[in-house]
Design a protein around this ligand. Sequence first.
Ligand code: PLP
Length: 405
Amino acid sequence: MNRDDFPILQTEVHGQPLVYLDNAATSQKPQAVLDAILEGYTRYNSNIHRGTHYLSQQATMRHEQARQTVADFIHAASAREIIFTKGTTDSLNMLAFSFGEAFIRPGDELIVSGLEHHSNIVPWQMLATRKQAVLRVIPLREDMTLDLDAYRAMLSPRTRLVSVAHVSNVLGTHQPVEEIIRLAHEQHIPVCIDAAQSAPHMPLDVQALDCDFLVFSAHKLYGPTGIGVLYGKQALLDQLPPAQGGGEMIQHVRWSGTTYNELPYKFEAGTPNFIGSYATGKALEYVQAIGMTRIAEEEAALARYAEQQLVEQIPSVRIYAAGQAKYGAISFNVYHDDKLIHPFDIGTLLDQQGIAVRTGHHCAEPLIDHLGVSGTVRVSFGLYNTREDIDRFIQGLKRAVRMLS
Ligand code: PLP
């Protein structure tokens, strides 16, 4: 699909055409996004908001149009609910700080799941420590699905917030967020969805999901690095204090005290990444022109093909969450005579053949511990990957396994 739009895919690595299967870490950028970055700096570069001059107004208009594009992309009720951040990690840290200041008291409880990325663990741990609150964890069942019975039993009048990944960055599996949200809402508990790994791979509708907060990064979605989104329902965002102080987030500053700006600016202290937001808007327009439903279907078919090829062609492969639908990522290990072949060695030998995969703990150490290994090999897909990429990966993996056995 539209491979030629991505100049970097023409790269040769170690004399071989690149096969890029590390999209869960970051995706490559289409020409339209690269053009937008250059265009932004060459034609519209000027600090935004309150500028009386032409360039500032042009840059401001593009920044605010991009905010509307993001709102449309996730089907938010209003662009005021879209806060530009530095990325998923920044969004979660801002939320943890702000929500913690407003709502967390000693003895309160927060819930995450056993398969979270460190970005959706550590900010909540820090908050729990700061406020003497308790972080609870939804356990995983044998088959790597979340134990919803345990979750139901965990919800209590002490629970203040639930924060879970939509799609696991290690397993590639879709979490039952609809049910998680429904059960939390029965007790009026807000839910945050970490959509870092779902936003690039499926249509999102925050109103249909009825999540209270949702976060993602542009760089995993064919956009630039250093920019992401914190979505929140307006009624909740209105109750949260700013996470940072500075320019832009204020209404008036006096020595006697400061009043804060309206949404979303209350949460956007300092000069924002206005070239990044413009380029993010272009990335979202790019995927929407293809259609997120089509992207989801084609990537799901590719993941099925990859998993089937792994099972058929690699003896002693162990796929995690085997047989379950995968959205963008598959994690596995290969064994020889019952001994684990180190994922790093596999990754290195694949790299020598021009094939980029990721190995290790994928910033999800508690999940990797649960799998009982030190790491996995992860292949992850983007809209430009093809069956030929999978075939080259399987051939490369066979060669690597032969050499390491
Ligand atoms: N959450 C999930 C599920 C992720 O996969 C990632 C990145 O891999 C993050 C959060 C953190 O994203 P970022 O590094 O863009 O802030």
